[in-house]
Ligand binder design. Structure first.
Ligand SMILES: Cc1cc2nc3c(=O)[nH]c(=O)nc-3n(C[C@H](O)[C@H](O)[C@H](O)COP(=O)(O)OP(=O)(O)OC[C@H]3O[C@@H](n4cnc5c(N)ncnc54)[C@H](O)[C@@H]3O)c2cc1C
Ligand code: SF4
Length: 512
């Protein structure tokens, strides 16, 4: 290999030809460096779908770079056990004058790269990731002097700054928020017939990756028979068009709804494409806004969707970089239970959890309310250590990258950050799941019952959670309604709930 003047590091979630790291690439003197390493799939016990998603998207990106005639140094799975080892070996061999990259999606990975560069005395240039609409410095400015970092205020600033869904400096339609239009559930007939989301049939590269993952990671959870994710920039654009045409108009109304054996409903399925940087969020926002302006989707649906991307997605990234690495250690509710084994198999009699976990392992996907109000809610009520919950979420979803997964899991879902992400814990009984889905009608438990053989474990654990944390929750104004209902329980009912909750914990921790 001829001498390399700059080595451009491209990580598995940085697959963007327009990346700031590649903007001044010199074909004659520079080379791109990429590595697949088993460590990334084993440090959390990743599903086969997550492993395949990253590896096949990386190999397609290698093709795209090679087609441009760019020099690519690519380490395939098995060449090196760890990322640090692979990088160290190539830096020693290639002796580049400089290492260039955009900020990694995980604090520890960024730290490791910095350490290797320091150790080998290779200058490292870390560039701002232009994929995001809010830089770390802009977020820090937003956070400066604020006691609370509420998403809503951040989102309004982002709307003003970018002009998305704005008219004459005011929010389109005269309001920032259409949440009250966006909480629908289905009637007993369910979601009905819809155009299924576009599938992306595995090509030769993906088929090879699937075979490799099935052989090398055979013991990892999940399956690859239905793998159909967009894995190139071209496919990601097609997936966006498909969503805008067939699902966006209904997105808002049913964004919180769930239905047995219906993983997609009106969701976009774009998170993995965006997180791997195959798709630019600006393009997604522009396409959604255009659909509204062209009269193809109502404002409430489009605002609901824009809020997820311009609001939540940018906000959680801001929180992550603002509070790491200390954020990872937080455990505000002192939760220390292990994660029940059924999270890795789906083998439980609780219908909602069985459906969501089985789907998750099969596809590497669950939509937001399934993550927040089924798997997340159960872990929260059960008292699982948030670190263990975080590791599970990071392992199972095709879109899981730490900057987005951690604040959602530890903060929003588990209230482990003590109120940075949410003003109160997202706690609810089985009745919430009954209202938003048809899971309960096929379940052996009854969401109205908190004790007795048919008691729904969610409902039992919900009351037990309020009882356990009552003194702390009393300090939170937003919990007052829930605590008022708790006050109606007499001592005998409280003791019965507590006993039953103990049994639920013991039963669910038993290994089969
Ligand atoms: C416990 C938990 C863990 C999560 N882990 C991840 C994760 O690892 N990666 C990830 O991308 N999202 C994560 N989310 C957020 C959200 O559930 C997913 O983005 C969404 O389900 C992806 O499916 P979709 O593309 O069909 O989204 P849609 O419902 O169609 O939403 C559109 C887009 O908005 C963005 N978005 C929506 N909600 C959020 C949110 N809360 N935070 C950030 N972006 C959001 C996503 O980019 C998504 O593609 C998590 C949520 C919870 C509660
Ligand atoms: S009854 Fe409880 S466990 Fe069963 S599906 Fe409903 S919420 Fe889930």
């Amino acid at each position: 290999m001829s001498k390399v003047s700059r080595l451009i590091l491209v990580l598995g979630d940085q697959l963007d030809l327009k990346s700031a790291a590649l903007e001044d690439f010199n074909e004659e003197h520079d080379a791109v460096w990429m590595a697949e390493v088993a460590e990334e799939s084993t440090k959390v016990w990743s599903t086969k779908a997550r492993i395949a998603m990253f590896v096949t998207a990386m190999r397609h990106f290698r093709e795209a770079l090679s087609e441009k005639g760019w020099k690519v140094i690519y380490r395939e799975m098995g060449e090196w056990p760890s990322f640090g080892d692979a990088l160290r070996a190539d830096l020693k061999k290639l002796k580049p004058g400089k290492l260039v990259m955009v900020l990694a999606g995980e604090w520890a990975v960024q730290r490791e790269i910095e350490q290797v560069a320091e150790e080998l005395e290779v200058p490292l240039e870390v560039r701002e990731d232009g994929h995001f609409l809010c830089t770390r410095a802009e977020f820090a400015e937003h956070a400066e002097g604020r006691k609370q970092l509420r998403m809503e205020f951040f989102y309004r600033e982002m709307r003003q700054r970018t002009g998305v869904l704005m008219e004459d400096g005011k929010p389109a339609g005269g309001q920032w928020n259409f949440d009250h239009d966006n909480r629908g559930s289905f009637d007993k007939h369910g979601p009905g017939l819809r155009v299924p989301p576009q599938r992306f049939k595995p090509d030769a590269i993906t088929q090879e990756v699937i075979a490799m993952v099935n052989a090398r990671f055979a013991k990892h959870p999940g399956a690859l028979e239905e793998f159909d994710w967009p894995v190139t920039a071209r496919e990601a654009k097609a997936a966006l068009r498909d969503f805008i045409e067939h699902r966006l108009a209904e997105f808002g109304q049913y964004q919180d709804a769930m239905w047995t054996q219906e993983p997609w409903l009106y969701h976009s399925r774009l998170s993995a494409a965006m997180n791997l940087k195959l798709l630019d969020p600006r393009e997604v926002l522009a396409a959604a806004e255009k659909a509204w302006r062209d009269g193809k989707a109502p404002l409430a649906a489009v605002e609901g969707f824009v809020r997820q991307i311009l609001g939540w997605r940018e906000y959680v990234r801001g929180i992550y970089w603002h509070l790491m690495p200390e954020y990872l250690e937080r455990n505000a509710m002192h939760a220390h239970e292990p994660l029940p084994d059924f999270y890795w198999t789906g083998e439980t009699e609780m219908n909602c959890l069985r459906d969501v976990i089985t789907q998750t392992l099969r596809l590497g996907y669950a939509h937001h309310i399934q993550r927040l109000m089924v798997t997340g809610l159960f872990a929260l009520l059960f008292g699982v250590d948030p670190r263990k919950v975080h590791e599970w979420y990071l392992a199972v979803y095709v879109d899981a990258v730490e900057w987005v997964e951690l604040p959602n899991t530890l903060g929003m879902s588990q209230y482990g950050d003590g109120g940075v992400m949410g003003s109160k814990p997202y706690v609810a009984s089985g009745k919430y799941i009954q209202r938003m889905s048809n899971y309960c009608s096929g379940c052996r438990y009854d969401p109205a019952l908190s004790t007795g053989p048919k008691a729904c474990p969610f409902t039992t654990l919900y009351w037990d959670y309020l009882l356990q944390h009552e003194p702390k929750l009393r300090q939170n104004q937003r919990m007052s309604m829930q605590l008022k209902n708790l006050a109606r329980l007499d001592d005998r009912q409280r003791a019965a709930i507590h006993m039953h909750a103990k049994r639920v914990r013991e039963t669910n921790l038993k290994t089969p």
